[in-house]
Design a protein around this ligand. Structure first.
Ligand SMILES: [Zn+2]
Length: 254
């Protein structure tokens, strides 16, 4: 809309000179709501993407007790990842809903970074809120805040021999100082954008794989809900990407 405050400078595209990415988030479905369309495009181009989940999302469905919920959500996450070309999915087994920011979480994420040696690390909004026009905005989940912050820290921890020396001594994980960027999705202060169009259909299928979660979340037809949400977000983001549907990232270079 000409003259509106949405009319902003177009964002540059995401870096493409990398081979391996590691996406680390708190819950099954966090990546499907955020960056899956970009992930589908990346894996299409022959890049390797691995998912690491801090929890199994076992506190995410009101009608399912955690012990029953965890295997359901793990299976849905593996299927959702496969839909965008991601075959490796790992779980760190922190407790859903009460993930604590601190050295234990940083160590577990640093270990994952050392195992997979990515150049690009992706995570979800680590800030207090989801932002909003004129300030405020919905409060972010404590798990997202804890994991997002720990990911930003662990990108450096992974390269430091002396911060978690037990990773080498006990697990044989050599330092990896090759992370060049940490890219945060779900941000209201984006610095870069990725084309959402090529991966959108697979992103829709990816989120639709979270069948039990979506059934508990909404009475709406799942495909209608998922397609509406993801294309709506990409269309809104188009205002920052020359009118093209986009996934937005806040990139922290290292
Ligand atoms: Zn989440």
């Amino acid at each position: 809309m000409p003259g509106s405050r949405d009319q902003q400078e177009p964002l540059p595209p995401m870096p493409t000179d990398w081979r391996r990415a590691l996406a680390v988030v708190a819950h099954p479905d966090d990546l499907e709501y955020g960056g899956a369309a970009a992930v589908a495009d990346w894996t299409d181009g022959g890049r390797e993407v691995v998912y690491v989940l801090a929890t199994r999302g076992e506190a995410g469905i009101d009608t399912l007790a955690p012990a029953e919920c965890a295997p359901v959500r793990e299976a849905e996450q593996r299927a959702g990842a496969a839909a965008v070309g991601v075959s490796r999915v790992e779980f760190l087994d922190h407790r859903d809903g009460v993930v604590e920011y601190g050295p234990d979480l940083r160590r577990d994420i640093a270990a994952a970074i050392r195992r997979h040696r990515p150049e690009l690390v992706v995570t979800l909004n680590h800030r207090d809120t989801w932002g909003g026009e004129g300030g405020g905005g919905a409060w972010n989940s404590p798990d997202h805040q804890a994991v997002g912050r720990a990911v930003l820290d662990a990108a450096a921890d992974a390269g430091n021999r002396w911060i978690f020396p037990e990773l080498l001594a006990e697990q044989g994980l050599e330092p990896w100082n090759g992370v060049r960027w940490v890219a945060v999705t779900g941000t209201t202060t984006p610095t870069h954008a990725a084309d959402a169009d090529p991966g959108m259909e697979r992103a829709v299928r990816s989120l639709m794989e979270h069948k039990a979660y979506l059934a508990a979340l909404t009475d709406q037809d799942p495909e209608e809900y998922v397609r509406g949400f993801l294309t709506g977000y990409a269309q809104q983001a188009a205002a920052r990407f020359g009118g093209r549907p986009a996934v937005l990232f806040e990139v922290f270079p290292r």
